[in-house]
Design a protein around this ligand. Structure first.
Ligand SMILES: N[C@@H](CCC(=O)N[C@@H](CS)C(=O)NCC(=O)O)C(=O)O
Length: 223
C-alpha cells in the first residue's frame, strides 16, 4: 500500500492523487500541510527535509517532488496508459512536466496566491497583473502546441498532461480576464471527461482566502 502525505487541495498533491487514481492504485492519505500543519515534525522532516507536500512512501521508502513521484509511479504502474512507449514521445511528456515546473508554475503562482490565498487588503495588485499577463503569454505556447496534437505529448493522454492539467482548472476558474485559447479549452474538456480529474482536480477553491479556508476545513482525509 502506498502512503501519501498531503492535503488534497494542494495542486502538487492533486497531481499525485490524480496520477494514482488514473493508475487505479490503492493508497492511504494523511491530511497534512496548510491549516492541518504537521510539516515541521521530526518524523515528517525525515521524509522531506524541505517540509513540503506531497510525500509518498512506497515499499517503506520516502519520495518527494510531485513530478518525480508521478514519473516514479507511472514508471512502475503506468506502462500501458500514462507513459508513452516511444522514447521521443516519453521525452516530450517529460519536457512538458519540466516546463510546467520550471516555467509555468513560477509565473502562475502569484496570480493564484494573490487572489485566493492572500487576504484582500494585503494583495499586491501589480504583481497579480504581471503574473496573469506572463501566464497568458506562456499559455499561448501551450495553445500553439495543442493546435497540432490532442494532448501535450502526442495523440494520447500521458503524464505530460498531468501537472499543467491540475493548474488549468484553477486558471480557467479564476475571476480574471483571459485571452481566448480554443485549443486549450478543447484539451481541458477532454480532461474534464476523465473521472479521476473530476474527482480529484475539479475541487472548488473559493473566491478568496476566507472561502479557501472554509473549504479547507471541510476536507476529510477520505478519498
Ligand atoms: N517542488 C515541490 C513543491 C512542494 C510545495 O511547495 N508544496 C506546497 C503545497 S502545493 C506546500 O507544501 N505548502 C506548505 C503547506 O501546504 O503547508 C513539489 O513539486 O512537490
Amino acid at each position: 500500500m502506498i502512503e501519501l502525505w498531503g492535503r488534497k487541495n494542494s495542486n502538487n498533491v492533486m497531481t499525485v492523487i490524480w496520477t494514482m487514481s488514473e493508475l487505479d492504485l490503492k493508497y492511504q492519505r494523511y491530511n497534512v500541510g496548510g491549516s492541518f500543519g504537521g510539516l515541521d515534525t521530526e518524523e515528517f522532516l525525515e521524509m522531506n527535509p524541505n517540509g513540503r507536500i506531497p510525500v509518498i512512501k512506497h515499499q517503506g521508502k520516502p519520495l518527494y517532488e510531485a513530478t518525480t513521484i508521478v514519473r516514479y509511479l507511472a514508471g512502475i504502474f503506468g506502462q500501458e496508459n500514462l507513459l508513452p512507449q516511444d522514447s521521443y514521445e516519453r521525452a516530450v511528456a517529460d519536457q512538458w512536466m519540466d516546463w510546467f515546473k520550471s516555467t509555468f508554475y513560477p509565473a502562475f503562482h502569484p496570480t493564484f496566491w494573490g487572489l485566493i490565498r492572500t487576504p484582500e487588503d494585503q494583495r499586491n495588485h501589480q504583481l497579480i497583473e504581471e503574473s496573469a499577463s506572463r501566464t497568458a503569454d506562456l499559455l499561448s505556447i501551450v495553445e500553439r502546441r495543442l493546435q497540432t496534437t490532442p494532448y501535450l505529448a502526442g495523440d494520447t493522454f500521458s503524464i505530460g498532461d498531468i501537472p499543467l492539467g491540475t493548474c488549468i482548472y484553477r486558471y480557467l476558474n479564476l475571476e480574471i480576464s483571459r485571452p481566448s485559447f480554443p485549443a486549450i479549452e478543447s484539451w481541458y474538456q477532454k480532461l474534464e471527461n476523465r473521472p479521476a480529474y473530476q474527482k480529484h482536480v475539479m475541487i472548488p477553491f473559493g473566491r478568496n482566502n476566507a472561502e479557501w479556508l472554509e473549504l479547507e476545513a471541510t476536507l476529510s482525509s477520505d478519498d
